[in-house]
Design a protein around this ligand. Structure first.
Ligand code: GLP
Length: 240
């Protein structure tokens, strides 16, 4: 695991964007795994800037998002579909046909999960997977559990995640379930980039980096990935 600590969030976002730029320069049809939440927002802003400056093109890129809430209308302001449109996709030259996000309103969640995994495999697996981290160490929506998950599945969110994310649900009730790529799907990515900022992430980061590899802190499995990079600010790194 490579660890890089930054004293300001713009430098962190620039470093993350550099890794995207390098990946896409080497492979213009790269497969990117994307994340939602506050953590990647500045990185997406930086990628948009670089696209506008003609430094980077997403025209041949394929994307797979980590997760999506279940039973939340696709166009709800809190859906991850809406998040991705607003924070990235509507502002770059990506082909909408190459964008994939789990369908949280699928009639059959198991079938949707299997189809999602099959699409990732057919695309040749993920070249670069972006991750945030939950305060309980979750990645995607892989909550602390007795065993590491493998492929995409429907998960019941923990109380701590519901508490952490319900601040966004001012007009509606936060869903209790989500579809998420499994830990196995994430670990099959060739390169993984995790972003963590703020003191609220310090304990999760400490457990991820220094703790045992355990499904009780799902992000700890990144210790065993051959090419995982953790970008964090000083507050998130405070307990290291
Ligand atoms: C959410 C998402 C994760 C995200 C995490 C942290 O629940 N499912 O993919 O990484 O929580 O979110 P934030 O970056 O807003 O702190």
């Amino acid at each position: 695991m490579q660890i890089r600590i930054f004293s300001n969030e713009n430098d962190l976002a620039a470093a993350a964007a550099d890794i995207f730029e390098t990946t896409i320069a080497a492979k213009p049809d790269a497969v990117l795994g994307l994340a939602t939440g506050a953590s990647p927002v500045l990185t997406y802003k930086e990628l948009i800037k670089r696209y506008e400056a003609g430094k980077i093109s997403f025209a041949r890129v394929t994307t797979f998002n980590l997760d999506e809430y279940c039973d939340l209308p696709k166009n709800d302001k809190n859906s991850y579909y809406t998040f991705m449109q607003e924070n990235l996709f509507s502002k770059i030259d990506i082909d909408p046909a190459n964008v994939h996000i789990e369908d949280g309103n699928a009639a059959d969640f198991d079938a949707e999960a299997k189809a999602y995994d099959a699409m990732i495999e057919a695309a040749g697996l993920i070249d670069l997977q972006l991750l945030g981290i939950g305060t309980n160490g979750h990645i995607g929506f892989n909550e602390p559990a007795d065993a590491f998950s493998d492929g995409t599945f429907r998960v019941k969110l923990t109380e701590s995640t519901i508490k952490a994310n319900s601040r966004y649900f001012t007009d509606s009730v936060m869903p209790e379930y989500a579809l998420t790529m499994g830990v196995g799907s994430i670990m099959r990515a060739k390169k993984i980039l995790l972003i963590a900022t703020g003191a609220a992430k310090a304990e999760a980061i400490c457990n991820t980096v220094k703790g045992p590899v355990t499904p009780r802190c799902p992000a700890s499995i990144l210790q065993t990935h051959p090419d995982a990079i953790l970008l964090m600010d000083e507050a998130a790194a405070a307990l290291l």
